[in-house]
Design a protein around this ligand. Structure first.
Ligand code: ADP
Ligand code: 5GP
Length: 202
């Protein structure tokens, strides 16, 4: 069984990362979506252990101290982190695992897992981003403003990612994400064993 791909998805708040990642679960059933821990308060409809593990700041800090996160970051006043154990288990079991995380966290993953694939989700325009984050109706005007300002900083890191994923239409974005995964699985450096077997066969 070959190890799964570690896929890192970032992009500005409201670009559609969550929507794309949830759709990917139906499109490619073997994919797993890492459930992060956060100190942010749950939004209406979010489910503990499914959307996030909603933790107190003390509990979150305890996990940092025990090195239980692959990466963690503070985003717009709340802490977010990727619990290590499940991700390691799922990769070892051959599942492709998506981490939907911010740019700061993605850069930590890049230094620890250079083989991971980094995808930056782009909205069609800044105006459309604003429309989507407002339309989602989950944040106050102040938080929306802060997230849109953060988006401008996040864009400056885009070249550290391997792929852009334009989220104009959700179906198209999901198809293209799936194509990225298929292509990554065919890279020579991920297929050393197959290449060796074929070249050594008589
Ligand atoms: P993120 O996870 O990047 O913060 P979400 O997935 O929550 O973004 O999407 C933000 C809002 O935009 C949601 O209301 C979602 O339904 C909507 N949305 C996502 N993708 C599209 C799209 N391709 N076209 C129009 N609206 C979209
Ligand atoms: P939200 O509050 O909208 O769910 O998430 C806010 C931001 O935090 C998004 O950019 C999201 O990708 C990021 N995020 C979610 N989970 C994690 C995580 O485990 N680590 C990091 N670094 N960022 C995360």
């Amino acid at each position: 069984m070959s190890r799964g791909l570690l896929l890192v998805v970032s992009g500005p708040s409201g670009a559609g990362k969550g929507t794309i990642c949830r759709a990917m679960l139906e499109h490619r059933p073997s994919i797993r979506l890492s459930v992060s821990a956060t100190t942010r308060k749950p939004r209406e409809g979010e489910v503990e252990g499914l959307s996030y593990f909603f933790l107190s700041e003390d509990t979150f800090r305890g996990m940092i101290d025990r090195k239980e996160f692959i990466e963690w970051a503070c985003f717009c006043g709340n802490y977010y982190g990727t619990p290590r154990a499940t991700v390691e288990e799922q990769l070892a079991a051959g599942h492709d695992v998506i981490l939907e995380i911010d740019v700061q966290g993605a850069m930590q993953v890049k230094s620890k897992f250079p083989e991971a694939v980094f995808v930056f989700v782009l909205p069609p325009s800044y105006e459309e981003l604003e429309k989507r984050i407002v339309g989602r109706g989950t944040e106050s005007p102040e938080v929306i403003h802060e997230r849109l300002e953060t988006a401008k900083r996040e864009y400056t890191h885009i070249e550290k990612y391997n792929y852009i994923l334009l989220n104009d239409y959700i179906d198209g974005a999901v198809e293209r994400f799936s194509a990225i995964i298929d292509a990554e699985k065919l890279r020579t450096e991920r297929n050393a064993e197959t290449i060796h077997t074929i070249l050594e066969s008589k």
